[in-house]
Design a protein around this ligand. Structure first.
Ligand code: PGA
Length: 225
């Protein structure tokens, strides 16, 4: 069985209290389900404000969750007011999402700025999940995982078909040389199994379906059953 990557993306949601409730509920579910999840790498990409708290909770409960951020500064440490840099993130997380559709769409992030962000992460030993909307977009060298996420499928309830996603992912793998490519865009516990059963799809990046711990655990269970 292939090792699956399931990378939840909380987007710009949740405060500390909600994060605490989520972890408590996840922990309870995990106790009953974890034997099935063994081959799965569970990543949780949370807002910057929650990373320190989540790291503490995950470490103290020994949960099998690898923590990730959703963005990073294109600059090193210094006079860049408001930015969170890769050195700061390296104390807290293993993963960083770069180039999410919402960053490109609402914050005008270009391929050039995204390449600088990747460079910053690699310099600090952070692993990058790099998002692309299709197979034509450039992918910087050194990313660990690519997430294929068609723009029209993000948060719309209209996922790509598993068959088409598989074909695009095959092309992305061929073009980029990256071995691990996952799919994101309206994945739920109902459709996840049909995505991960495709030969080229190595996992998924659920947004909305990671907000609720029950839904997220169901999704992991469906993906691994
Ligand atoms: P969604 O988000 O699962 O809510 O469509 C996917 C994503 O954040 O990439």
């Amino acid at each position: 069985m292939k090792q699956l990557f399931i990378a939840g993306n909380w987007k710009s949601t949740k405060g500390v209290g909600e994060a605490d409730e989520w972890i408590t509920a996840f922990h309870a579910k995990y106790q009953t389900l974890h034997t099935k999840w063994k081959e799965t790498r569970i990543i949780l990409c949370a807002p910057f404000t929650l990373l320190h708290f989540l790291k503490w909770r995950i470490d103290s409960l020994k949960l099998p969750i690898e923590l990730g951020a959703q963005d990073v500064s294109p600059f090193d440490s210094g006079a860049y007011t408001g930015e969170i840099n890769s050195q700061q993130l390296a104390e807290l997380v293993r993963w960083v999402i770069i180039g999410h559709t919402e960053r490109r769409r609402y914050f005008g992030e270009t391929d050039e700025v995204l390449a600088k962000k990747v460079e910053q992460c690699l310099a600090r030993g952070l692993q990058v999940i790099y998002c692309v909307g299709d197979e034509t977009l450039p992918v910087p060298m050194g990313v660990a995982v690519i997430s294929y996420e068609p723009n029209w499928a993000i948060g719309t309830g209209h996922a790509d078909t598993p068959h088409h996603a598989n074909r695009v992912i095959e092309m992305i793998k061929k073009k980029s040389g990256v071995k691990t490519v996952i799919y994101g865009g309206s994945v739920t516990s109902d459709n996840v199994a049909s995505f991960v059963s495709e030969s080229a799809i190595d996992g998924i990046l659920p947004g909305g379906a990671s907000f609720d711990p029950e839904a997220f655990c169901n999704l992991i269970s469906q993906a691994t059953s």
